[in-house]
Design a protein around this ligand. Structure first.
Ligand code: FCB
Length: 469
């Protein structure tokens, strides 16, 4: 046994065929925003609006993945990844958000998928990771029902062109963020603070998911939700009610819709608006059968219904409102756990909790953890990044995955967020989530200790798999 192997022996044994992945998204890594016919997205507009993104950063260049994708796939292959989750930039494919398809946009993703397959890495394609074409926002954005139909058209075009290349399609990444950070708190693009429109947006994002699943017909397709473990601060009635509300808006509003074809009655009752935007047949569409549920998990919230508490678990970097439509009075309390550089509490037990909960409370469905990871202040030390805290975070959460599998959860893969340091939305380049460091000046890639450790865990697990699998 080599020293490296001894150091990384954790007893983390996963079933054969488990997907060992890492994730990214288009706007956060690609750059090349004005190349090969790409149209503008709401993030192009948002980043150019003063005060929206910390230090005025934008992703015009990002980490230049559009030009360096071959080098990046080579890094993935060195790490031994068996799966890579990336997103397609809608305005690259349909610059105006509807109508003409830009073949050069599709070509980029074909080349990327080819490169992945040549290295035996399965492409997991996400259709929407928040970069709505600006022209669709100009027509009302997600609060406008028509956007959902445009999304289904776009999904069909991507599916037709890439179905022979892609292992698994997924629809909307984290509809909670797209709706509530985009249209209620305004922390994300398009930066609107319109609570009622945020709810409409949330419904139309769910509808877009269902319409796209139908439009892609019979391919392996999944939906993606970001789930939180939630604890009431005390067992007082008001804290229990706070926990019910936040669980309702964060978790059940999306899970119940996708998996059960209905919205939770208590959540609808918390929302002081007409629900006339939910049209007959919508819930059945949203409940269209999927093959896999993609679960993003980062943290636990401890919440209180007492007045005067903090607005949010981790303060936004820019001036923004509350995303908690209808439950703005709920406060987020320090749960006493260590935090990451985002201020997010570290709680791997929460991951076991949510995975077992989904398995217990919803119809049976294979799941993957499609994002999980942590930002920390990395320090360059003689050409190395000894990111022990990130390594410990991933190790603990992989342990949680294992625990969930042992408890009977059909968990089929894990995708670290993120493969590489990148543009972290309202935080600009201020937060590093990568297993691989990127020098934002020179674009040099450097594998961090956490990545070397992850590679060794993958190697130990895949060693026992048949080579032709
Ligand atoms: C998730 C997003 C991803 C990244 C991580 C840190 O909510 O899907 O793009 O920003 O958080």
């Amino acid at each position: 046994m080599t020293t490296q192997e001894e150091q990384t022996r954790t007893g983390l044994r996963f079933p054969a065929g488990f997907a060992w992945g890492a994730a990214t998204s288009a706007y956060q890594i690609e750059g090349a925003v004005a190349e090969d016919g790409r149209g503008a997205s709401i993030w192009d507009t948002f980043t150019k609006t003063p005060g929206r993104v910390l230090n005025g950063h934008n992703a015009d260049v990002a980490i230049d993945h559009y030009h360096r994708y071959r080098e990046d796939v080579a890094v993935m292959a060195d790490l031994g990844l068996s799966a890579y989750r990336f997103s397609v930039s809608w305005p690259r494919i349909q610059p105006a958000g509807s109508g003409a398809i830009n073949p050069k946009g599709l070509d980029f993703y074909k080349r990327l998928c080819d490169e992945l397959r040549q290295h035996a890495i399965d492409p997991w394609l996400t259709l929407y990771h928040w970069d709505l074409p600006q022209e669709l926002e100009d027509k009302g954005g997600w609060p406008n029902r028509d956007t959902a139909y445009r999304f289904a058209e776009y999904a069909a075009a991507v599916h037709d062109a890439l179905k022979d290349y892609v292992h698994t399609f997924s629809t909307v990444n984290e509809p909670w963020c797209a709706a509530f950070l985009g249209y209620a708190s305004g922390e994300h693009a398009p930066g609107r603070r319109e609570p009622e429109n945020a709810i409409r947006g949330a419904h139309h994002l769910n509808l877009a998911h269902g319409l796209a699943v139908q439009a892609m017909d019979a391919r392996r397709v999944g939906g993606c939700v970001n789930l939180y473990a939630i604890t009431p601060e005390t067992d007082s009635e008001r804290d229990l009610d706070a926990a019910r509300r936040i669980d309702g808006l964060q978790n059940r509003f999306f899970l119940d819709a996708l998996m059960l074809g209905r919205y939770p009655e208590d959540v609808l009752a918390d929302l002081p608006f007409d629900k006339d935007f939910i049209e007959p047949g919508d819930m059945k569409t949203i409940n269209a059968p999927i093959d896999v549920l993609l679960v993003n998990y980062y943290s636990r919230f401890t919440v209180s219904g007492a007045p005067g508490g903090a607005q949010s678990a981790a303060a936004a970097p820019t001036d923004s409102g509350s995303p908690w439509v209808g439950s703005e009075h709920v406060s987020f309390v320090n749960g006493g756990r260590p935090v990451t550089a985002m201020g997010w509490e570290i709680d791997e037990g929460g991951l076991v909790e949510i995975l077992t909960r989904v398995a217990r409370e919803y119809p049976p469905i294979p799941m993957v953890v499609s994002e999980n990871g942590a930002a920390f202040e990395d320090v360059l030390d003689e050409g190395r990044i000894h990111d022990r805290e990130r390594l410990a975070y991933v190790e603990a959460h992989l342990g949680a995955c294992k625990q969930a599998i042992d408890a009977g959860v059909p968990l089929e893969g894990y995708f670290a967020w993120s493969l590489m340091d990148n543009f972290e939305w309202a935080w600009g380049y201020g937060k590093r989530f990568g297993l691989v460091r990127v020098d934002f000046e020179t674009q040099e890639r450097l594998v961090k200790d956490s990545a070397l450790w992850y590679a060794e865990i993958i190697r130990q697990n895949r060693r026992h798999e048949p080579t032709d699998s």
